[in-house]
Design a protein around this ligand. Structure first.
Ligand SMILES: [Zn+2]
Length: 236
């Protein structure tokens, strides 16, 4: 019985180690950092798209206003040419024409101011897009590195867990099924169903054992339970 209790103890150690590894495995699989970074990249990509659209829109507006300015210039030249063509019949006509020229000039100045503003905005958008694009590329690279490293860690843990399971299987083959059943039953309420007897005490609950128990434990023929906590106990 003593030898089997030691195997059971080893089984318990392995199961506790396995539990810890599974916890680590779950954290790695979830990988909050990676998921967080993924979300950040997505939102940056969305922002990039928004800026690209804004740039496209601004460039179209810029082109439109450039065309308008050219048309105004054309009209201005036409009016001016007419003014000096000698075809003017009276003063009123001349006054109207020069009025027109002045108006055209004012509109042109106004449009040129808008054009300048658009050009400035286009320049700023282009810079922003360049920055965000660099940022995204950097984050994507970082994401890939973390993901690869994470996958490596996951693989490593998986292998360790498998190794533990193999050892567990080998161990259980050498323990009587009845003892395993008792172990599993106690495990429903206690994470460590097996306890060592150290210095006359049950190491599970720290209670001093009775003289009769100490005798039972020293030469066990049947499973021995702690009187206080119900764990299986054994002496090394
Ligand atoms: Zn106990």
């Amino acid at each position: 019985m003593g030898k089997e209790m030691e195997l059971l103890w080893e089984l318990q150690q392995i199961e506790q180690e396995e539990k810890k590894l599974i916890e680590v495995y779950n954290v790695l699989v979830k990988n909050a950092e990676l998921k967080n970074l993924y979300q950040i990249i997505l939102s940056e990509m969305k922002e990039y798209e928004r800026l690209e659209n804004a740039l496209k829109d601004k460039r179209e507006k810029q082109m439109h206003i450039e065309k308008e300015i050219k048309e105004i210039e054309k009209k201005y030249i036409e009016n001016e040419t007419f003014l000096y063509s000698g075809k003017i019949r009276n003063y009123k006509e001349m006054e109207m024409l020069s009025d027109n020229l002045k108006k055209l000039k004012d509109v042109k100045t106004e449009k040129e101011e808008i054009l300048l503003r658009y050009m400035e905005e286009v320049y700023q958008l282009e810079n922003l897009i360049k920055q965000i694009s660099n940022k995204i590329r950097k984050m994507q690279k970082e994401y890939k590195e973390i993901r690869l490293k994470n996958n490596e860690d996951i693989d490593k843990i998986k292998k360790e867990i498998e190794k533990l399971r193999d050892r567990k299987l080998a161990l259980t083959e050498n323990i009587k099924p009845e003892l395993l059943t008792i172990y599993k039953k106690i495990k429903l309420t206690k994470t460590d169903p097996v306890a060592k007897v150290i210095d006359f005490k049950c190491s599970g609950c720290n209670t001093i054992l009775s003289f009769a128990k100490m005798q039972e434990v020293s030469q066990p023929t049947l499973p021995v339970y702690c009187e206080s906590c119900g764990r299986l106990i054994f002496a090394e």
